[in-house]
Design a protein around this ligand. Structure first.
Ligand code: B1N
Length: 828
């Protein structure tokens, strides 16, 4: 397809089409060898695995680039509205297989490499995944941009190209140790750097008033600045010829400026100042669901948001575009509060730079933003102290004050001088901090939660005054996951089974999985399904053996809890179950052979500064070593905790799982997305009525879901009555014994002090009511054991989980955002 040619071009190739290489084995081989020779500068026989991986990635890229450029050209020629997704995190996972699948080249590439005598498996293993996110929030952003490309919706994903992504986790004596994630060490073949298109991003200084032809205006006089260098990534749709863009910003020193401010003649100082600028995109903050309040974090946020908004206005939109019409062309979706500083930034551009009237600018701004909230945890809600914000972004603080003033004036007009209400709704908190969720809610055209229950609690409990003031502003969009990565790529065996049963087309129309329902009663299909699970377990076993030297028994139920380590997610509840199962066997209470063999698999990173989370990681490993070494439970119970859980490992673990642990305290997990991936891969869920579990259970049916624990209203009622966890330990003998074992040093070589803080926290505080839900959880696990012994019934349930989870495609989430929030249309 034609690539735009400059005026005056006469050579046919300059006019186009340059065209992609021919999509044949021969075409692929030729391009592959060309890349190896001309890009890597090596022959095949002298190449390293990294050379061969690079050449492969470049070859796949070559097929996609023409479509990408053509898409950009067609978008610019249209007047379509684009979704500008603003997210501080994108947890992409490896790109090679995804890009091969999207371009329809998987088979050709496999054959081409085979004919070159190159082992494609070895090359797959070369790719280091860009871990530019912490967990669900970052992975969600990656799923969403995949779906938008697949649905041909114009989208630019904007974010930060962290030089170091989420830390690499290792264990030393069972304790988490963090290693830097130097994912760029061997280069990154998928990115297109554009240092020439860098933007200047300013910070600090002061504001001043000036006379602009009789009008008094404000302007910002910043003190220092850095360069934001864009790195483009292709985001290919699934076999639809569409390629969208992910644009990640990297910070670089602004030389002219450094010389004047940082050095005063000192060359060495000036070069040192460069590191200061480069620090901004140096490292991802490794906290999931906690706000840090660190200045560098605010710098990161402003850095990427300012660069992104300017990019869209100055680079993507036509020159001299009338910005009063910006809402027709852009919707800036705020992925949590991290990009909310974009609100005063757009106001600053419109009012200070484009000289728009405040009210007109505010009308534009309100239509251009929408806000997604991802949590209810108070410690995760971002607030920025006004002194910090004022020091770093003085003009933005002034703008926030004015937004707040006008907003509170409107509140007074509606409700009178109700001072309590005014205090509760003020964007500036009583202790002098900017409440970013409030700012986002006031500014956004819509505010959404990420699952039905979460959206309801957001409206009713966290922001009820705002819901009353802005009728119709609050909505729900339940999260989703991309079936391309998490079904087709992660589970090719299941995908083949599905296609054999219902034909193709389901991968872009996932509700069609419903057609699988009758197959749940087909014994042959169930057998094939069982073989699929067994094959996936063997594949996982091989991975864990090679990666960590771990072994998995063939005939075990695989019981999996993979997610960030957080007290609200209750890995401790899972551990109490394991200790109880262990204790029941070693105490002779149950016959080892009377329960199905189970392998418990954990994957979890703890934020480096979160002591309790790290202690729980230590305890998981400690329980694991005792259980795994005890001959009395040999062949019955096993605990595996492979380190460094990431997207790549998730793609191996999830398709092999039988049981999915989704056991957060009701009301705490906003949605969860791992829960959806497991259900789509035919694992049954043991879960609380929390987040998207509620919707999973409604869809798959009570018979195919192990529900336990208090509901959110029951949790509230227990808090209201007064929660004394120790009472629960007294009432349930099994719980008492499990806690005693942990607290007495049974898993720490007799040293009670190691895990005593965990036990004492549970007995005396237990913020997330682990003890209150224990009895019900153990009962649910006993039901799981029973159910698993009836293989046919279990597999029937597993098939029904797959058949009824099509709703959880991120394509559906995107449809909902489009219908309820964005009102955009695909580029035909
Ligand atoms: O976002 C996911 C949800 O499925 C999860 O339930 C939710 O916990 C997760 C600050 C967060 N909420 N908040 C964060 C991440 C990083 C950070 O610095 C907060 N992550 C979630 C997708 O909706």
């Amino acid at each position: 397809s034609p690539v735009p040619a400059p005026a005056g071009a006469t050579h046919p190739l300059a006019i186009g089409p340059v065209g992609a290489p021919e999509a044949t084995v021969d075409g692929f081989v030729a391009q592959y060898l060309r890349n190896l020779n001309f890009d890597r500068g090596v022959t095949l026989s002298a190449s390293t695995a990294n050379d061969r991986f690079y050449a492969l990635a470049y070859t796949v890229r070559d097929y996609l680039v023409a479509r990408w450029l053509e898409g950009v050209r067609r978008y610019r020629a249209s007047d379509r509205k684009a979704v500008c997704y603003l997210s501080a995190e994108y947890l992409l996972g490896r790109q090679l297989d995804n890009n091969l699948l999207a371009s329809g080249l998987s088979d050709i590439a496999a054959e081409a490499l085979a004919q070159c005598g190159v082992d494609i498996e070895e090359l797959r293993a070369q790719e280091v995944e860009p871990g530019l996110g912490n967990g669900g929030l970052g992975r969600l952003a990656a799923c969403f941009i995949d779906s938008l490309a697949t649905m041909s919706v114009p989208n630019v994903g904007y974010g930060i190209r962290y030089e170091y992504g989420i830390f690499r986790q290792t264990f030393e004596d069972g304790r988490q140790v963090e290693q830097p994630d130097s994912w760029l060490e061997l280069g990154s073949p998928w990115e297109f750097p554009h240092p020439e298109a860098a933007q200047t991003i300013s910070f600090g200084g002061s504001t001043e008033k000036y006379d602009d032809g009789g009008v008094t205006r404000s302007r910002w006089v910043p003190a220092w600045s850095v360069q934001a260098v864009p790195y483009n990534y292709m985001v290919p749709g699934y076999q639809n010829g569409r390629v969208n863009t992910l644009r990640l910003w990297s910070s670089r020193a602004n030389h002219a400026f450094d010389l004047s401010v940082f050095n005063a003649g000192d060359y060495v100082e000036a070069v040192r100042a460069q590191t200061f600028a480069e620090n901004i995109s140096k490292v991802l903050y490794p906290e999931d669901s906690t706000a840090q309040g660190k200045e560098l974090r605010l710098q990161q946020q402003y850095f990427f948001v300012a660069a992104s908004i300017r990019d869209f206005i100055d680079v993507v939109l036509p020159e001299d575009f009338d910005l009063t019409r910006l809402p027709e062309r852009a919707i800036f979706q705020l992925n949590d509060t991290h990009p909310v500083i974009g609100v005063p930034e757009l106001m600053r551009i419109l009012v200070d730079e484009k000289k728009m009237e405040w009210d007109a600018a505010w009308a534009v701004t309100q239509q251009c933003f929408a806000y997604t909230c991802h949590t209810l945890l108070p410690e995760a809600l971002e607030v920025w102290p006004i002194d910090l914000l004022g020091r770093l972004l003085p003009r933005h603080l002034e703008i926030i004050y004015r937004i707040n003033e006008e907003f509170l004036l409107a509140v007074r007009e509606r409700f009178g001088d109700d001072e309590a209400r005014i205090r509760d709704m003020s964007i500036i908190s009583p202790d002098g901090a900017v409440r970013m969720a409030f700012l986002a809610t006031v500014a956004g055209s819509k505010v959404n939660g990420v699952a039905e229950l979460h959206s309801q609690l957001l409206r009713e409990k966290v922001l009820p005054a705002f819901d009353e003031f802005f009728p119709g502003k609050f909505t729900n969009v339940t999260n989703g996951v991309t079936p391309r990565r998490f079904v087709r790529l992660a589970n090719p065996e299941l995908s083949a089974l599905i296609t054999e049963a219902i034909g193709d087309g389901w991968l872009t129309d996932l509700e069609r999985l419903r057609e699988l329902e009758p197959f749940a009663d087909d014994a042959d299909f169930r057998t094939a399904f069982g073989e699929m699970k067994a094959a996936n377990k063997r594949r996982l076993a091989a991975t864990l053996q090679a990666r960590d030297g771990l072994t998995i028994a063939d005939d075990h139920m695989l019981d999996v809890m993979v997610k960030r380590l957080h007290e609200y997610k209750r890995q401790m509840l899972k551990l109490l179950h394991i200790v109880t199962a262990y204790d029941r066997i070693v105490s002779g209470e149950v016959e080892a052979s009377s329960v199905p063999g189970r392998t418990f698999v954990f994957g979890a990173k703890a934020a480096p500064g979160y002591d309790m989370a790290k202690r729980i990681i230590h305890l998981i490993n400690a329980v694991g070593s005792v259980v795994n070494d005890d001959p009395r439970v040999e062949g019955r119970l096993k605990v595996l905790f492979p380190p460094n859980y990431n997207v790549t490992l998730a793609e191996r673990i999830i398709p092999a799982a039988d049981l999915s642990e989704q056991i957060s305290l009701a009301g705490k997990e906003a949605s969860g997305t791992g829960n959806m991936k497991f259900a789509l891969n035919g694992a049954l869920t043991v879960g609380t009525d929390d987040g998207a579990n509620v919707e999973i259970r409604e869809l798959v049916g009570d018979d195919n879901f192990f529900l336990f624990g208090m509901s959110e209203p029951e949790v509230e009622a227990l808090w209201a009555r007064g929660y004394t966890p120790a009472e629960f330990a007294e009432k349930d003998a099994g719980l008492g014994r499990a806690l005693d074992l942990i607290g007495s040093g049974a898993f720490s070589g007799g040293d009670a002090s190691v895990f005593a803080p965990i036990v004492s926290n549970l007995m005396n505080d237990d913020r997330f009511m682990v003890l209150a839900d224990y009895t019900s959880y153990i009962a649910a696990q006993d039901r799981v054991d029973d159910a698993y012994t009836d293989t046919a019934a279990w597999q029937r349930s597993a098939v029904l989980n797959v058949a009824r989870s099509g709703f959880f495609s991120s394509d559906r989430s995107m449809r909902d955002y489009i219908d309820r929030i964005w009102h955009t249309e695909p580029l035909g």
